[in-house]
Design a protein. Sequence first.
Length: 278
Amino acid sequence: MTKADKNFKELCTRILEEGYNTKGEKVRPKYADGTPSHTYFVNQVWEEYDLQKGEFPILTLRHIAWKSSIKEILWIYQDQTNSLDVLEDKYDIHWWNDWEVEQSRTIGQRYGATVKRYDLMNKLLNGLKTQPYGRRHIINLYQYQDFQETGGLFPCAMETHWSVRDGILDMTLIQRSSDVPVANAINKLQYVALMMMVARHCGFKLGKFCHLVQNAHIYDRHVEQVKEMLERKGQEDCTDLRLVLDTDKTDFYTFTLEDFKLENYEPNKPNFKFELAI
């Protein structure tokens, strides 16, 4: 069992046994049948992983679509687009289709479009290279000007803070909201992959990855699946389980999915299919 597995079990147990719920409250998301999607939740969840010590944040209690998660991060920070056609044609990912804005074949002025508009990725890379010990290395996707311009889902994984110490890169991912059994593990994995690419580009070693979630929740129609996951044991031997950036490339914009290898990953089966709240 990984550290991420243990954190997942502790968090889900806390949500189900000690958390709050939105029953009777007005909520935005709905299931496909129109039923409001209520949640059980807790606020202000913090996790920390020391990548130098091999604390790679991946779940083995179920299979995580790690390749698709990295493709999504490339779409946001390399392609810097909101185009669903790019996401489908280049990466064969379709899970954003439910959030298409007004038949525009986009997700609105969000995520990659925000990165491009404010030149966020280039500013980060240049800043880390020219002033690594600065305290202003931040990417913030939560831009109200963008929200006013178009509809679209407000970013969940909304902000990253980057810091350097003695040639080591640390990063904190801040999320306003996290669907714990569905997307939480995906977000952690993909942002560690982003961290690996940034560190390679800037010539740093990997340090600590921290994850702050303001609202960590379980949807009411996912509770039974979560309870089944809590009964699982996870991968027995995780000693050599790791994500590797297996290339000599050093330019952030040249990395591809094929440069990554996930070694010795043997998650529990079968996997789960979760009903989405849109």
